[in-house]
Design a binder for this molecule. Structure first.
Ligand SMILES: [Zn+2]
Length: 216
């Protein structure tokens, strides 16, 4: 039976690496995939991983019907034995419904990869719809670590290393950012609640007014 599978996790947990691994394994067996992504760090129409691998992909647009895209592709004689949707948190809920229809009506496996919650620890609408519709949700356990060494379960948005909790849900940034830009950092829930990033922990450790906090 074809399936809609949602591989979820924090930033930096290896989602795109796994997406590329699935793509590699299937194309090595002669299968052809349709790869969707949105706002990948490598730029439009790319699916990339932090480990340096990259492949071409279809950049999903606002309002684009993904089911129709597949039907058009197949009716023009194209092949699609499976579908990969990376950065699926950026898809609209309707587009997740369209992916479910790809599974049910076209009988094609769909593997969606996404971050579950945003920097305020609220569900992204696309991820919420995936949790609602997926046949299976796999929580990736490649462990991203907080600066304190605990398992990082939450995404923080930072500006100049300082955690912010207000702003638009989608602002594209990266975990490897220069100091004044919007960036992202993965934290444990304790330090997400205390808004304590690696930079603010270092600053606190240097302040004579505060008990030293180990950054190890
Ligand atoms: Zn922590």
């Amino acid at each position: 039976m074809p399936e809609l599978v949602f591989f979820s996790g924090t930033m930096d947990c290896g989602k795109s690496t796994l997406a590329l691994q699935i793509e590699h394994n299937r194309s090595a067996r002669g299968l052809a995939g349709m790869i969707f992504t949105r706002n990948d760090r490598a730029g439009e129409g790319k699916l990339s991983s932090r480990l340096g691998l990259v492949t071409d992909a279809v950049e999903v647009q606002d309002g684009q019907d993904l089911y129709t895209h597949l039907v058009d592709h197949l009716s023009r004689g194209g092949r699609a034995d499976y579908v990969i949707a990376d950065e699926a948190q950026f898809l609209a809920p309707e587009q997740i419904d369209q992916l479910a229809r790809v599974v049910d009506d076209l009988e094609i496996d769909v593997y969606a990869f996404g971050i579950t919650t945003d920097f305020r620890s609220k569900l992204f609408p696309g991820s919420q719809r995936l949790v609602e519709l997926a046949d299976r949700v796999e929580v990736l356990q490649v462990e991203a670590l907080c600066w304190c060494g605990a398992r990082a379960t939450h995404n923080a948005r930072t500006v100049g290393g300082v955690m912010v909790v207000e702003g638009a849900q989608v602002v594209v940034g990266d975990v490897n950012h220069s100091s004044d830009e919007v960036g992202y950092e993965v934290l444990c829930r304790r330090h997400h609640r205390r808004r304590m990033t690696a930079a603010s922990a270092r600053a606190a450790a240097l302040s004579p007014d505060v008990l030293p906090v180990s950054s190890a």
